[in-house]
Design a protein around this ligand. Structure first.
Ligand SMILES: [Fe+2]
Length: 138
């Protein structure tokens, strides 16, 4: 399962948001390495810690991104916010799963987060780039 490398295709044309996405990828990559470490003995607490870190940085980033979108008048903001909230809820569900012993495999958790990050940035955040470019051309 690969880590996520930030490349230009992920750029949404806003340096602050791009930097936050890079930082988020590095947090994800660290979580990936910890959760997939076959020598890890405390894989449940490692999983919980990693998920909490992903969620905390995600929420910090969402607030910056939502403020930026609001300031620019992005028409899909409300829909976009719902996707952010869904991500946080999904992470909460995974944390609860780990805490209650009903956990899915770390590899599945990590795959789900990876898919979400890639899809969300490439499909949803990039709509904001398109919007900003069109607005710039006036
Ligand atoms: Fe977003």
């Amino acid at each position: 399962m690969p880590i996520i490398e930030w490349t230009e295709e992920f750029s949404i044309g806003n340096p602050t948001l791009d930097d936050q996405h890079k930082k988020w990828f590095s947090i994800y990559n660290k979580a990936h390495d910890r959760m997939m470490d076959p020598d890890e003995k405390n894989f449940i607490s490692t999983g919980i810690d990693s998920l909490k870190e992903m969620k905390a940085y995600g929420e910090y980033h969402f607030s910056t991104e939502e403020e930026t979108m609001a300031a620019a008048g992005f028409p899909e903001l409300e829909k976009h916010k719902l996707m952010h909230r869904a991500f946080s809820r999904d992470i909460d569900g995974m944390i609860q799963g780990l805490e209650s012993g009903n956990h899915v495999l770390n590899s599945e958790v990590i795959k789900r987060i990876e898919n979400w990050l890639r899809h969300h940035i490439l499909k949803e955040d990039l709509k904001f780039k398109t919007f900003s470019e069109q607005k710039g051309r006036g």
